[in-house]
Design a protein around this ligand. Structure first.
Ligand code: Q9C
Ligand code: ZN
Length: 341
């Protein structure tokens, strides 16, 4: 399958995050893409291709205009204040406070985020734009008849809401791609999110819609980030009721439990009869992931790919999380190889 990537992700580097209350180098780092490119290249799963520029209109179909304007100007505002180090949000509104976009960049950073997981540097916005273009180029390929494609987006996207960044995610690449499929005439899309963390942003964006089914397999939010969404009793609302399905699993889950959830999610997707399947591909379910608590092993990703192939629909893989850099390439390549066999 064609693999879309861009070196522009490299601009999003040298940033930090909070881990156990301490400022540490970000786990979501450029080496992730290098390792994936190496593994898929060695196994000749390509060919590789560059993204095509699609502009911001398709991004604005799922994201608020004031949020995108904030993302595009945040670094300029931060450095205009005389700061030459990464920008990290650390102020948020409590229920009962007002939802106002302050003039202050510190206030804006809090207004447009839900955690300190989205640190911004000089090249962040360019990397984020390239990521959206990568996902949209994947939509181009599937729309022109390819059976599958891999959009190697970085940074990831599935935690980003319409107007809020968080969890390493700025623009929701999978949601932008799903909306683009609908705008190009797809009647029904299914998003299968297999990242270790619940895709709160994707769920939120499509929660009231019956055309985009969202299925999430993830760590129980009682135990794990994002904590405040992703429970089993979130079926969708209004016309979208019945078109969101969550499969929360406890810490320590191995492929036996995880694969059963995948079968259940796939059954739900088959009932939806989607024109296209979009896979939010996180491999932070891996046993040695540094921030995660599932127990999947590398050969398990071959089975995941094979099960997704059994859906027998055009499939766009969009990269999300996975932080064990020594294994991320093998695990992504195994997923794609399992799909193609
Ligand atoms: N500082 C994705 O996998 N924080 N995002 C964990 C460590 C949030 C993960 C605590 C993890 C977000 C796309
Ligand atoms: Zn994740």
């Amino acid at each position: 399958m064609k693999i879309i990537h861009s070196p522009r992700h490299l601009g999003h580097s040298g940033h930090v995050e909070l881990m156990n209350g301490q400022v540490v180098p970000a786990f979501e780092k450029p080496e992730r893409v290098a390792m994936i490119l190496r593994a898929v290249g060695e196994r000749q799963l390509g060919p590789f291709m560059d993204p095509q520029a699609h502009g911001l209109d398709p991004v604005l179909k799922v994201h608020d205009a004031d949020f995108i304007r904030f993302l595009s100007t945040a670094w300029e505002l931060w450095t205009a204040d005389g700061r030459d180090f990464p920008a990290l949000p650390s102020f948020w509104k409590a229920p009962g406070m007002r939802s106002i976009e302050p003039e202050s960049i510190d206030g804006k950073l809090g207004h447009f985020s839900f955690d300190a997981g989205c640190c911004m540097v000089a090249g962040t916005w360019d990397a984020v734009q390239a990521g959206a273009d990568i996902a949209l180029t994947g939509v181009d390929l599937i729309s022109s008849g390819e059976n599958a494609a891999f959009a190697l987006c970085r940074p990831p996207g599935h935690h980003a809401h319409a107007g809020t960044m968080g969890g390493y995610c700025f623009v929701n690449n999978a949601a932008v791609a799903a909306q683009s499929f609908i705008d190009r005439g797809a009647a029904r899309v299914a998003i299968l999110d297999v990242d270790y963390h619940h895709g709160n942003g994707t769920q939120s964006i499509f929660y009231a819609r019956p055309d985009v089914l969202v299925c999430n397999i993830h760590a129980d939010p009682m135990q794990e980030f994002p904590y405040f969404l992703g429970y089993a009793d979130e079926p969708g609302e209004g016309p979208g009721e019945g078109f969101n399905a969550n499969f929360p699993l406890r810490w320590g889950t191995d492929y036996e439990g995880w694969g059963a959830a995948l079968d259940a999610a796939c059954a739900r997707i088959e009932a939806h009869a989607p024109d296209v399947v979009l896979v939010s591909l996180g491999v932070d379910t891996y046993k040695d992931d540094p921030i995660s608590q599932f127990k999947l092993d590398s050969p398990d990703y071959l089975k995941i790919g094979a099960r997704i192939a059994k859906l027998a629909r055009p499939t766009l893989f969009v990269m999300e999380g996975g932080y064990a850099v020594e294994a991320i390439g093998t695990n992504v390549a195994n997923t794609l190889e399992g799909f193609e066999q």
